[in-house]
Ligand binder design. Sequence first.
Ligand code: RP5
Length: 191
Amino acid sequence: TVESLIDRLHREADADADPETTPDVGVIMGSDSDLDVMRGAHEALDELGFAEQTDFFDAPEARFTYETYVVSAHRTPDLMYAYGKTAAARGLDVILAGAGGKSADLPNMTASIAYPLPVVGIPVQEKSVDSVIGMPTGAPIVAVDAGKSFNAALSAVQMLAREHDVLEERLLEYHDSLTGGVARDSRDLHD
Ligand code: RP5
């Protein structure tokens, strides 16, 4: 039930767990129908060596991990509030939040609730863009264009990389792999 999920989040926040073992990135979305778009965030995180952590108290081998939750601003507002409020105490460093529809309120509400933890918002559809990015002055959100969850995850890793040199190296390697691809495409055009 939603109540038991909320209780669990609070227990995890109160556990004072070793930050090395807690998820670093929280991936949340308004509905499981957003998963197709949000999978891009998983792909980027996987690409950069993150592992999915399904049990808060049982970290996988990988040093950097992410967790995934479906949290609806409108169907489960109490869960959204609990997730945002406990995020920092649960050891998260950044949240990726995606939602669709014209009332895509999960990213912007979570950004306000979790402040000052950074939230990167992903409009799942074109019509969700205004809802995600339209924040009042003083209530910030970082946001990407519709559907760009892969880039949202890269932005999140850029934030973490200020603290972790190894992530900076992985981001540079990833960038090199792209430039290599462009160079190859260009060469192929001229062959
Ligand atoms: C939003 O409403 C969700 O983020 C989703 O994109 C959209 C539709 O949700 P479902 O009706 O498919 O569950 O809150």
